[in-house]
Design a protein around this ligand. Sequence first.
Ligand code: C2E
Ligand code: SIN
Ligand code: SIN
Ligand code: FE
Ligand code: FE
Length: 402
Amino acid sequence: MKNRHQEGEVLSLILNKISALNQLQDVNTILNATLSEARSLTRADAGSIFLVQDGQLEFRHVQNDTLFGKKDAGAALYRNVSIPISEDSIVGFSALTKEIVAIDDVYNISSDVPYKFNESLDRRNNYHTTSILTVPLVSLDNRCLVGVVQLINAQDEQGRVTRFSEQSKIWVRVFSNNAAAIIERSMLNHELILRMVKMAELHDPGETGAHVQRVSAYSVEIYRCWAKKRKIPQDEIIKYCDLLSRAALLHDAGKVGIPDAILKKPGPLTAEEFEEMKLHTVSGAALFVNISSELDQMTHDIVLHHHERWNGRGYPGRLVQEGEQWVRKPLAGKDIPFAARIVALADVFDALSSQRSYKPPWDDEKIYNEIRKDSGEYFDPELVEAFFEITDILHAIQKKFR
Ligand code: C2E
Ligand code: SIN
Ligand code: SIN
Ligand code: FE
Ligand code: FE
């Protein structure tokens, strides 16, 4: 048993973790951070986190130090798996009863419980699960179930697998009640943004949000790979992804002002029509001129500059005065805001791999050739390099947001 002094230290540590979580906005970033913090509180080797969606538990993140080390799970993050809220599984049972489920050895579960341990995951991953602590994420104010965190294989000081201590159950409960409220808040915001995006796409109901969610996820993963190669500190990466994932959702906000006759035209655009289409950057950016946060700034940069090209042949550029006249000069290279360069690559990749009113989807080979050819022309070459390192992740995202 810890003494009072140590207990006070752990509580203030938990408060710090909660307050750090509260600085984040994006649902995925928050889920990932919730899982890491819950694991560090309980010294768990692995874990996963599920969100309640349409009455089921949707798998959202997995971490496993033994299998992936400190690396991300990569493509596994975008797996599409849902588990019913029912007595049959451990996470389902925990969700149903809103109770913590602690199991010392999943291969020796008492016979008087309704749930079973699903051994197939261990077999598939060549991993051995022993102890499990499954914690329902129940928001404090309304007792509403938001999701479930499953922590796997608690470790002692020597790194040996052991059971989850009574103390760690108490800590993780305090932490997860608070995390649940933060997750709930971020989900409401996310829904609101998606609803706005869908409204902007009303004349394009075929896509309904999938395009923007893919572009956002591609952007985040391209950036993450780029940043890791450059040893950018982890908390900086988390913060940047938190902003980027939300800002990228809005990259085409200006398309709301483009007439249907142009937006949905089955064939190629005329030169005039394309000139009008280009205005979606400038008119979209006008929505974000009152810059009062980092998010506004990044959204503005992305909306305005996501069609600039590395070689300076994109649009719309920046207004500069030439004599009496104000003209637009396209940006080039590193003058293009970094976030806009990332979204440019993600957006074109999505346009090429998807069906559009004016084009069929391309096959991978053709897409990769195009992107390789455009490295240093259209796209920042460093980002293209990152792109080709994560094509498995990009494919998993494609499958997830169809
Ligand atoms: P979008 O469909 O989201 O496409 C985004 C960007 O992907 C395009 O920016 C372009 O850089 C790239 N892209 C799309 N399709 C192709 C393609 O077949 N080949 C190549 N090499 N690149 C492609 P861009 O050109 O500035 O176009 C901006 C937006 O204008 C497009 O967004 C789309 O909504 C519209 N648009 C562009 N061309 C046409 C067209 O021929 N017909 C129609 N109906 N709309 C078009
Ligand atoms: C949008 O993103 O607002 C419309 C989809 C597209 O880019 O074609
Ligand atoms: C950044 O890390 O935000 C800037 C990197 C770049 O401009 O290439
Ligand atoms: Fe665009
Ligand atoms: Fe787009």
